[in-house]
Design a protein around this ligand. Structure first.
Ligand code: GLP
Length: 240
């Protein structure tokens, strides 16, 4: 694991966008699993700016949804599909149907997970995983405890995640169940970028980098990936 510390959120976002752009330039058909959440928003805007300026072609990019709430219709603003549309697909001018979905709005979540896994396998795994860090070390919604070979599956959200996700939705109720891309696929990605911003992530980032590798902190498994890149702003990593 390699740590890049930036002065602030804006520099973290620019650095992350440059690394994403380099990966897409090297492999225009990159299969990329793409996090929602607040942390990568500005990095996606920066990536979109490179596209608008003609410095980057994303027309053959293959984005994959990372996680989804269960039984939330896709038209609901809380659905992570609609978040992906707003934050990633629309700014990058990618058609909606390009996104490989993890559907939480169907009748059978096991089927939805199996269909997603087939797509990941057909792509030969992820070339790039763009991840944020949950307050309890979750990646996607791989809540603790999660084993490194955890499959794509339905999970119950922990009280910590429910509390942090409440900040996204104001008065709207936070769904309590979700589907998540499994740790197995995330840890097998050829390039992993973990974006971390803010003093509220300081303790969990410390555990991610320096704590024991344990299912209790799913992000700690990134310690076992020599090429994984953590980009943190100084608020999240004030130690260097
Ligand atoms: C959320 C999502 C993750 C996200 C993480 C961090 O609950 N399930 O995909 O990366 O938690 O979110 P944020 O970037 O808003 O801190």
């Amino acid at each position: 694991m390699r740590l890049i510390v930036t002065d602030d959120h804006a520099e973290m976002s620019r650095t992350a966008a440059q690394l994403m752009a380099a990966q897409i330039q090297a492999n225009p058909t990159t299969a990329a699993v793409v996090a929602t959440g607040n942390t990568p928003q500005q990095a996606y805007q920066e990536l979109a700016r490179l596209v608008r300026q003609g410095q980057l072609d994303v027309s053959r990019l293959r984005p994959f949804q990372l996680d989804e709430y269960l039984h939330v219709p896709e038209s609901d603003p809380r659905s992570l599909f609609s978040w992906s549309k707003r934050a990633f697909l629309d700014p990058l001018q990618l058609p909606l149907e390009r996104l490989v979905r993890l559907r939480g709005d169907g009748a059978d979540s096991a089927d939805a997970c199996a269909s997603y896994d087939r797509e990941v396998e057909a792509a030969g795994g992820f070339d790039l995983a763009i991840l944020g860090l949950g307050p309890n070390g979750h990646l996607g919604f791989n809540e603790p405890p999660s084993e490194p070979d955890a499959p794509t599956r339905q999970v119950a959200l922990t009280p910590t995640s429910l509390a942090s996700n409440a900040s996204y939705w104001g008065e709207l109720e936070v769904p309590t169940q979700a589907l998540t891309c499994g740790m197995r696929h995330l840890l097998a990605a050829r390039h992993v970028l973990l974006l971390v911003s803010g003093a509220h992530k300081r303790d969990i980032l410390w555990q991610t980098i320096n704590g024991p590798v344990t299912p209790a902190v799913p992000s700690s498994y990134l310690q076992q990936l020599p090429d994984a890149v953590v980009i943190a702003d100084r608020a999240a990593w004030p130690y260097l």
